[in-house]
Design a protein around this ligand. Structure first.
Ligand SMILES: *Cc1c(COP(=O)(O)O)cnc(C)c1O
Length: 498
């Protein structure tokens, strides 16, 4: 670690940019050796009536070793859970066990065709039913759809079921209540579903303000969307009172289950009074997040809501065979075929590898790790909600900003030089200069200590040499980017010189 700390402004980046694949190689380079021609040679242009292109396409001409190095280099420029710890709060960036990959690559799963007859796909159906049963057990909610392809997609699916339910009860309601600590996908989902958002503030403990909640609840409210534990990493101890108040006006309680990693096998969303929950398999159940996908956001609901779930739903018949059923008042399909099946296989492998006891240990260890880090960092940074946390906690860089002009953004960038992916920053919105840290259960004590040491070292750097932190990162392939520009106007196209 100390060698890395030596990087200061002006020192050379460790892995600098390299030529593009188009600029590598030579016209005669090839990485395939086609077999000798064993069919009669034809004149392609003549056979296509002169329709072939007049100029050859501009394609890279590289040898096998060049292309191997090209991809190895690209992989080394990236940061992932396999390169180092990735304490991205609310995202649960845990290690993805290799056994999951082995399972997903089994020929019987990877070679399946979605149009294959049901009678030849019983293994896949059994797996989906087994996974749905496990998720029902963890959540306490018996109706499950595995179709949604992400958490946000699960939110939308559940709210569409809520709408169908209310319409069936003869009262189409118009508002959904969301606390101010919610993830941005919650209000986006509400808007997409045609409802209006009513925001309720958090109280001094970081929970839902009960007085305000009561004052906004009426029979026009379709639902409350709540994350528990919330995005401050705090369990709302009023949860039973909250869901009771929601039900008292005929509304439904939705749990954003992105934080399920804190409570598996310990407390069940159904017992908290929730009617529906989405589960991010790519967070809690160790499947890869991918570059914005593939993911999976299964939804679990009460028996009363199960008839509205998307179909078809795989199920087990009395005789032990499997099939698909269409729920009676289904909102219809939300995803082609059966969801991201390869991801379902990985999640099932995880569940089977750990078992119920193991899942509980995951949550216990995740909570312990977060509390350990919180205690190690409480002196170096401000801790706006000083309570025992769940699987994540939120620090504030406001002291560093006020005293040294070093912002949370700078601290995040400096962490890259220390070899860590930064935590989530500036979220939740209710904490100034927020740093939301989620170590997950898969980091060792030594790794937690290395991360804490780096964070403490950065706080120290901020006080001694603020410019050093403000200029970070120094060791990455690229320095500070126009991040909004890169996201909004990505320039990904290679234009050969004219
Ligand atoms: C990640 C997350 C979501 C959205 O999940 P995606 O799978 O990214 O769509 C929703 N709410 C919270 C609290 C989250 O952390």
């Amino acid at each position: 670690m100390t060698e890395k700390l030596a990087h200061t402004p002006g020192s050379a980046p460790s892995r600098g940019p390299r030529s593009l694949i188009f600029e590598t190689g030579a016209p005669e380079s090839r990485c395939v050796m086609p077999p000798a021609l064993d069919v009669p040679e034809i004149d392609l242009d003549a056979a296509l009536g002169g329709a072939t292109r007049s100029e050859p396409p501009v394609l890279p001409h590289v040898t096998e070793v060049e292309i191997a190095r090209h991809y190895a280099h690209l992989a080394s420029m990236n940061f992932g859970v396999d390169s180092g710890s990735y304490p991205l709060g609310s995202c649960t960036m845990k290690y993805n066990p290799r056994v999951n990959e082995d399972a997903a690559r089994l020929e019987g799963f990877s070679g399946l065709h979605p149009y294959q007859p049901e009678s030849t796909t019983h293994g896949a159906l059994e797996l989906m039913v087994g996974l749905a049963d496990a998720l029902a057990e963890v959540s306490g909610l018996p109706g499950v759809t595995l179709q949604p392809a992400a958490g946000a997609h699960g939110e939308l699916t559940a709210l569409m079921c809520f709408r169908a339910y209310h319409v069936d009860c003869g009262d189409a309601r118009s508002r959904v209540i969301i606390p101010d600590s919610a993830h941005g996908t919650n209000p986006a989902t509400v808007a997409m579903c045609g409802y209006q958002v009513t925001t309720v503030p958090s109280d001094a403990d970081g929970g839902v303000d009960m007085d305000v909640l009561r004052s906004v609840l009426d029979t026009d409210v379709a639902a409350l969307m709540l994350t528990n534990p919330n995005t401050l990493g705090l369990f709302d101890s009023n949860i039973l009172e909250i869901t009771e108040a929601v039900h008292a006006v005929g509304a439904l309680a939705y749990c954003d289950g992105a934080n399920l990693n804190a409570i598996m096998g310990i407390s069940r969303p159904a017992d908290m009074g929730f009617d529906a929950l989405h589960i991010n398999l790519h967070k809690t159940f160790s499947t890869p997040h991918g570059g914005g996908g593939p993911g999976a956001g299964p939804v679990c609901v009460t028996e009363a809501l199960a008839p509205y779930l998307p179909g078809p739903v795989p199920f087990r018949r009395e005789d032990g065979s499997y099939g698909f059923a269409q729920p009676a008042s289904s909102i219809g399909r939300v995803r082609s075929f059966y969801g991201n099946f390869g991801i379902l296989v990985r999640a099932y492998a995880y569940v089977r590898a750990l078992g119920g006891e193991g899942l509980r240990e995951v949550s216990e260890q995740a909570v312990l790790s977060a509390n350990y880090l919180k205690e190690r960092l409480r002196e170096a940074y401000d801790l706006p909600y000083d309570r025992t946390c769940m699987h994540e906690f939120v620090l504030s860089g406001s002291r560093q900003k006020r005293e040294y002009g070093v912002r949370t953004f700078d601290i995040a960038k400096r962490l890259l030089d220390h070899g860590f992916h930064p935590p989530t920053v500036y979220f939740p919105l209710i904490v100034e200069e927020a740093l939301m840290i989620e170590p997950t259960e898969t980091e060792s004590l030594e790794e937690l200590d290395r991360f804490a040491d780096a964070m403490i070292a950065i706080a120290e750097e901020a006080s001694r040499d603020p410019e050093l932190v403000k200029g970070a990162p120094y060791t990455t392939p690229v320095r500070r980017l126009d991040e909004a520009g890169a996201a909004r106007n990505p320039d990904l196209r290679y234009r050969p010189e004219e």
